[in-house]
Design a protein around this ligand. Structure first.
Ligand code: FAD
Length: 381
């Protein structure tokens, strides 16, 4: 019987389990958190995400495209909000090309459902990975309720346990494993714009909104319920940094003077401000992404990037597509497929990490610069 263990039932782990199940594997997933489908639990970071072509391709491959499209909102262009409230526009592509706003929790729930519907996938919730045997491709988990230790010894182990991966941590202790971690100066806080009373959106629905302000920015992505999830990307330090915004008056004044049109739409600003954490942003690079033909990393576990290109999840989904391609090409020779996968994906992971940082400068600064806008116009972008 073909068996595999997947650590982490996040976006990438759930999707990768579907790929494995379709190849006939019995998959045991172990997820540290409780089942987000049971209660109105939040999926953690960022309420919505931008899904683009690479992500769609990976979803289409397992027949999920239509289901997700029903709960996704196409964003055809970005709308820039200047200080004086004037708007400028940049299309994302030609002939109705778009990036799509999807709920992180909604997408994750659907992916978990789909994995379980395969019949050969079992998700063990509230089981945290504590140690990994890289030689055997096995791992030990602690049941968070009972304290019981469970060993999953399937001979194939996938670390899809995110930026602070326990599977990668085990690999970090091996010889010639490269690892680099960098926190950027900026963190983020999520805020919201509630719907109109009739449930419609208060800003243009089919767009990604940006308030570019040089060193920082506010963005907003639409949700299906008429609301927008806004994210303030902002430095920790400096006169007006997160650390300095330490009382309600300062926060209100900062918003009033910096994002006046958005401020008007956010009567719930202070509740959100206190309720939602200020979170840091980290870039993680490492190599190799596999060990002994038995253990491999996918998603943020292998390449955590900053979110400014909206490509972290998309790149993780693409890991699944490419891994699958090499499994087919090598007739499921895991040793070969893992090597081909990591060799192809590593340069792409590095490239998107760099592009994501570059896009931060473009979004927060250049999108508000008339010279940049003019150049884009001339280049036909
Ligand atoms: P995760 O989503 O982190 O999932 C990892 C899972 O593993 C979690 O369920 C976790 O509970 C579990 N886990 C962790 N440790 C253990 C353990 N020891 N044992 C068992 N389970 C464990 N990407 C985009 O493509 N588009 C966007 O618009 C976008 N916007 C973003 C906005 C923000 C503010 C941020 C922070 C990120 C954004 N991203 C975006 C990136 C995206 O969130 C990540 O790339 C994506 O979540 C990675 O998925 P993953 O499954 O690899 O990891």
């Amino acid at each position: 019987m073909k068996k595999a263990t997947v650590v982490g039932a996040g976006l990438v782990g759930s999707l990768w389990s579907v790929y494995l199940a379709k190849r006939g594997y019995n998959v045991d997933i172990f997820e540290a958190r409780p089942d987000m489908r049971d209660a109105s639990l939040s999926a953690g970071r960022s309420i919505n995400l931008a899904l683009s072509d690479r992500g769609w391709k990976a979803l289409e491959k397992v027949g999920l495209g239509d289901q997700i499209r029903e709960v996704a909102i196409p964003m055809y262009r970005r709308v820039m909000h200047a200080m004086d409230g004037s708007l400028t526009y940049q299309p994302y592509g030609k002939e109705n090309q778009a990036i799509w706003s999807v709920s992180r929790g909604g997408l994750n729930r659907v992916l978990m459902d789909l994995a379980e519907r395969e019949g050969n996938v079992k998700i063990n919730f509230e089981h945290k990975c504590k140690s990994v045997d890289l030689e055997k491709g096995s791992a030990t988990f602690t049941n968070r309720n009972t304290g019981e230790q469970v060993v999953s010894d399937n001979g194939l182990l996938f670390g899809t346990d995110g930026a602070f991966s326990a599977v990668r941590k085990a690999m970090q202790r091996t010889d010639r494993f490269n690892y680099e971690q960098e926190y950027i100066e900026h963190g983020y806080k999520e805020l919201s714009i509630h719907p109109n009373e009739d449930g419609t959106h208060k800003l243009e629905k089919n767009a990604l909104h940006i308030w570019p302000r040089g060193e920082f920015m506010l963005i907003a992505l639409p949700n299906m319920d008429g609301s927008f999830t806004c994210t303030l990307f902002h430095p920790y330090g400096g006169e007006q940094g997160f650390d300095a915004l330490d009382n309600d008056e300062k926060v209100r004044n900062f918003f009033k003077s910096t994002f006046p049109d958005a401020y008007e739409l956010m009567p719930n600003l202070m509740e959100d401000w206190h309720e939602n954490p200020t979170s840091s942003l980290v870039i993680i690079r490492c190599f190799p992404w596999s060990k002994n033909g038995k253990v491999a990393l996918l998603g943020d576990a292998s390449h955590a990037i900053v979110p400014f290109y909206g490509q972290g999840m998309n790149a993780g989904f693409e890991d699944c597509t490419i891994f699958e391609k090499f499994l087919a090409e090598t007739n499921e020779d895991w040793d070969k497929a893992m090597k081909l996968y990591e060799e192809e994906r590593k340069p792409n992971g590095d490239a998107i990490a760099d592009l994501a940082m570059q896009n931060f400068v473009e979004m927060r600064d250049l999108t508000g610069d008339p010279k940049f806008l003019l150049r884009k116009k001339i280049e036909g972008k």
